[in-house]
Design a protein around this ligand. Structure first.
Ligand code: NAP
Length: 251
């Protein structure tokens, strides 16, 4: 990179988003750490700045158009035009279909699909003007179907179609769009799933690792490593792809 680029990572207060934010900062990006509550971004911002990087905490609900608009304007003004966007913010509202409420369906669609749409819609202006951009969307192996996740799996499959369409529409502006589809990653999200299933998290991890070809569960850094590649300048001919980062093949 000739001069630092600005990268936005949503849901970056913890988990995968925090690891991606820190990894991209160490790659030389200035990071907008976006999460629901600005104060919750402090730990990620501190980790980046204490390692010598630049980061800005930005509170925004990615499913709220006004908040997204204001967040992107602030990021562009304070850090410079964002040309990298990682749509990572996510929630679970798992339940079997017959028990799933309309509210839980809408909430999950709102954060994953509407949130990624809004963030991309307002960030792409800066990328098309720069003639350069990198977009990474967080899908999931659940896109292939997962019991108790009708809402989440539909949203994560939807993100794959969204990603491919972005790649087609934005390619001529020097912008790539790709999706990462993680398998089991050890975060608060998978800890919450273990709790919902009434299984101790350690047992859940061990059971899951036994089913995974590489015999371990993933760590947020596994996803950060893949994101680092996808947002690099050298990855300019990789677009519209879904990369499963799951310790084994998925299709
Ligand atoms: P996590 O630990 O639950 O972190 C998600 C972050 O997103 C939280 O900081 C959360 O903020 C934030 N967030 C939620 N709703 C938001 C909104 N409307 N606007 C802005 N930020 C919001 O989850 P994770 O495990 O790191 O997962 C990150 C992404 O990877 C998600 O998209 C998830 O679906 C995907 N993924 C995870 C796994 C896995 O095994 N962990 C596997 C496949 C895919 P609050 O703390 O305030 O709620």
């Amino acid at each position: 990179m000739t001069e630092p680029r600005t990268a936005i990572v949503t849901g970056a207060a913890r988990g995968i988003g925090a690891a991606v934010a820190q990894r991209l900062a160490s790659d030389g990006f200035q990071i907008a750490v976006v999460d629901l509550d600005e104060s919750s971004c402090a730990a990620t911002v501190d980790a980046i700045t204490s390692a010598g990087g630049t980061a800005l905490a930005v509170g925004a609900d990615v499913s709220n158009e006004e908040q997204v608009k204001a967040a992107i304007e602030r990021i562009a003004a304070e850090l410079g035009a964002p040309t990298v966007l990682v749509n990572n913010a996510g929630i679970l509202r798992d339940n079997l279909l017959f028990k799933m409420t309309v509210e839980d369906w809408d909430l999950v669609m709102g954060v994953h699909l509407r949130g990624s749409f809004l963030m991309t819609k307002y960030a792409q202006k800066h990328m098309t003007e720069a003639g350069y951009g990198r977009i990474v969307n967080l899908s999931s192996t659940s896109a292939l179907g997962n019991r108790g996740q009708a809402n989440y799996s539909a949203a994560k499959a939807g993100l794959q179609g969204f990603t491919k369409t972005l790649a087609i529409e934005l390619g001529k502006f020097g912008i790539t769009a790709n999706a990462i589809a993680p398998g089991f990653i050890q975060t608060d999200m998978t800890a919450a799933t273990a709790e919902r299933m009434k299984v101790p998290f350690d047992d859940f991890i061990k059971f899951s690792a036994d089913q995974i070809p590489v015999q371990r569960v993933g760590q947020p850094e596994d996803i950060a490593h893949t994101a680092s590649f996808l947002v690099s300048e050298g990855a300019g001919f990789v677009s519209g792809q879904v990369i499963y980062v799951a310790g084994g093949p998925k299709d």
